[in-house]
Design a protein around this ligand. Structure first.
Ligand code: SAM
Length: 391
């Protein structure tokens, strides 16, 4: 593959234009990096899920590959097969507009040393190295094959940031302190190791998601005794951090909705339909709830949206509504749906505040306190303790 004779520069300029038009790309330095780093070198193949659930590969030889690579869209770049033969996504090239939104939010200047958690394809490490120089960029991924491939691509372009195979939850202590840490996988809790490895006044930007969809990007400044800052105004979702370089275990939902205690709800069943209330509800829920569907016996269809918790609690919400209400079934020590409803009522009573009004304070003992408007607000939520590593 040659990167000098293809029309990729025109594509890259168009991509930069698109991200500028969206109001996301503002600084000339990031524009220059976007125009200089060929995304196609980092995404020689990607996968698209078909209606039947199977994944279709598009590679350099496929028609339309180059056009797709330069669209402002995320692309799934690595799949793994679970013990039960299911294919799951384990890496991707983040939507460039989201990457730039994060880089802009980090207020990076030319002197900064930056650690990225989640090397993936290496594209973002490429943008960082192009802007800051090799000496100031560090990136880690749990997957050795991804790091190897990223290193080869970066070298092909003459870029040599420090890459390492490591659990990003531990940071990269040997190269600390950093001015900025950017995580491109979501974490159930901000690892205190990141606070220890970012200088005072430095910034950490990560997707804090206690469980599926329950959280958002948060930009935290390092103070002497804490990390503190606000959620970004627009929601974004990254793939979750994992503890091993293997496919995650298959999700098993062993429950019979008919066994649960019955009630009804007017609220929608999916967590992504009520993002902020789901995050606030986490203060009263076991960490890392799992979400899935369950069909009626003998049918392939989704009859119930189902949440399960590590303490054995579960709730199921009917996908069908009658007169605006859905059936709910719950069982176990935590009434998951009741907690969500309470959080939703509270959020309504507060006037449905958006992400920009919420912030977080993280301390060395692992406490994560969410607050409305200011850190000393009367409206605050302490998240239940979660491991900073994956479930
Ligand atoms: C969305 S992708 C990263 C995209 C990447 N920044 C890019 O430019 O292509 C998320 C990455 O996080 C990595 N990841 C997951 N768990 C990790 C962990 N514990 N430590 C480091 N990286 C991890 C995945 O292997 C995956 O490559």
């Amino acid at each position: 593959m040659t990167v000098t004779t293809t029309p990729w520069r025109l594509h890259a300029q168009q991509l930069a234009d698109d991200i500028t038009t969206d109001g996301v790309l503002r600084s000339p330095q990031w524009r220059a990096a976007l125009e200089a780093v060929p995304r196609h070198v980092f995404v020689p193949r990607f996968y698209t899920q078909q209606p039947d659930g199977r994944w279709r590969e598009t590679c350099t030889e496929s028609p339309g590959w180059l056009d797709e690579v330069y669209r402002n869209q995320p692309l799934i770049t690595a799949l793994a097969t679970t013990a039960r033969g299911n294919q799951v996504t384990v890496s991707s090239s983040t939507k460039p507009g989201l990457m730039i939104r994060m880089l802009e939010a980090l207020d990076i200047d030319d002197s900064h040393r930056v650690l990225e958690i989640g090397t993936g394809t290496g594209y973002n490490a490429g943008l960082l190295s192009q802007r800051l120089g090799d000496e100031q960029v560090y990136s880690v991924d749990i997957a050795a094959d991804l790091v190897d491939a990223a290193r080869t691509r970066l070298h092909e372009l003459g870029l040599r940031p420090t890459l390492a195979v490591a659990h990003g939850g531990d940071g990269l202590a040997g190269h600390a302190p950093f001015d900025r840490i950017i995580a491109t996988c979501s974490v159930p809790a901000i690892p205190w190791a990141w606070a220890e490895q970012v200088r005072e006044g430095g910034l950490v930007l990560a997707d804090l998601k206690r469980s599926v969809h329950a959280g958002n990007l948060v930009l935290l400044a390092r103070h002497a005794d804490r990390l503190e800052g606000r959620f970004l105004p627009r929601w974004a979702g990254f793939m979750a951090i994992r503890d091993t370089d293997t496919a995650p275990p298959d999700q098993r939902i062993n429950l019979t909705p008919e066994d649960g205690d019955q009630s009804t709800t007017a609220l929608p069943p999916h967590p992504w339909e009520s993002l902020i209330p789901w995050m606030l509800a986490q203060a009263h829920l076991p960490p890392q709830l799992k979400f899935g569907y369950r069909g009626a016996a003998g049918t392939g269809g989704h009859q119930w949206a189902v949440f399960t918790a590590s303490d054995g609690s579960w709730c199921a919400v009917s996908m069908e509504s009658h007169d605006g209400r859905r059936d709910v079934r719950q069982l176990g020590p935590t009434r998951i749906w009741d907690e969500f409803e309470k959080a939703h009522h509270h959020w309504l009573a507060l006037g449905q505040p958006g992400w920009e009004r919420f912030g977080a304070t993280v301390t060395a003992d692992g406490t994560h306190r969410l607050w409305l408007d200011q850190p000393n607000s009367a409206h605050c939520w302490t998240l239940t303790t979660a491991s900073t590593h994956a479930a």
